[in-house]
Design a protein. Structure first.
Length: 228
């Protein structure tokens, strides 16, 4: 798997050295001296045109990494946690990456994508600034299968919606799932029919909604810190 961009690549080099296969450098001085010496034997220098080709024209910022393919978590592993975020039909890698970053920073135990068959993990790695490397994550296409598995181990399902109950007023179950729908369609009918509670963010000014990644961060923070 190829990832690129200074922030995510430096993070991977600093924290996941065992996953690094090759370091491609297209800009002189892009690597801190310590990392340059550590990975000297794995560094290959590239001309700009090849770096552009490997990044499919993206902003590689002078560094690309070949790393081990992303390994998804299993549902059995995820069921050991208490707070799971489900992305219902989200496909935008910018939003997914931002949500993964917030989930990791704020204390969510795992993220599951439903309603999709596959995702662009290298892109999510980049937009999450490397947080995907730390965050248990899996794709489970069929929402109902996921629902049944998590209900069997006492998870309650909460869905983000403009017309839900104010998040500040809700007493959340210890084992909780927050479902976030796509910005265009919202939570799917199949998922909505299984929710225990709809939750919302009180808006101080008249406006349609927040970006899904911004809303996710606010809801997650409140759900993690409800007793503080």
């Amino acid at each position: 798997m190829i990832i690129y961009g200074k922030q995510v690549c430096i993070y991977a080099l600093e924290h996941y050295a065992d996953k690094i296969k090759t370091v491609y450098v297209a800009k002189k001085g892009i690597l801190p001296q310590e990392l340059f010496h550590t990975f000297h034997d794995k560094i290959k220098f590239l001309e700009e045109k090849w770096a552009q080709s490997m990044s499919s024209g993206g902003n590689h910022q002078g560094i690309l990494l070949e790393i081990d393919d992303f390994e998804q978590s299993t549902l059995n592993e995820i069921k050991k946690g208490d707070f799971v975020v489900v992305l219902d039909g989200l496909t935008d890698v910018g939003n997914i990456g931002a949500i993964v970053r917030s989930c990791y920073a704020l204390g969510v135990d795992a993220v599951i994508a439903t309603g999709v068959k596959q995702l662009n993990f290298p892109a999510i790695m980049r937009t999450s600034s490397g947080a995907l490397l730390d965050m248990p994550f899996m794709v489970k296409h069929n929402f109902l299968d996921l629902y049944n598995e998590l209900k069997q181990v006492d998870f309650e399902f909460y869905g983000a919606s403009m017309d839900g109950e104010a998040v500040e007023t809700i007493k959340f179950s210890q084992r909780r799932v927050l479902i976030l729908g796509s910005e265009g369609k919202g939570i799917s009918k199949k998922a909505k029919s299984k929710l225990d509670t709809m939750v919302s963010i009180e808006m101080k000014r008249a406006f349609n909604s927040l970006n899904v990644s911004a809303a996710a961060a606010i809801l997650i923070h409140r759900m993690v810190n409800e007793n503080r």
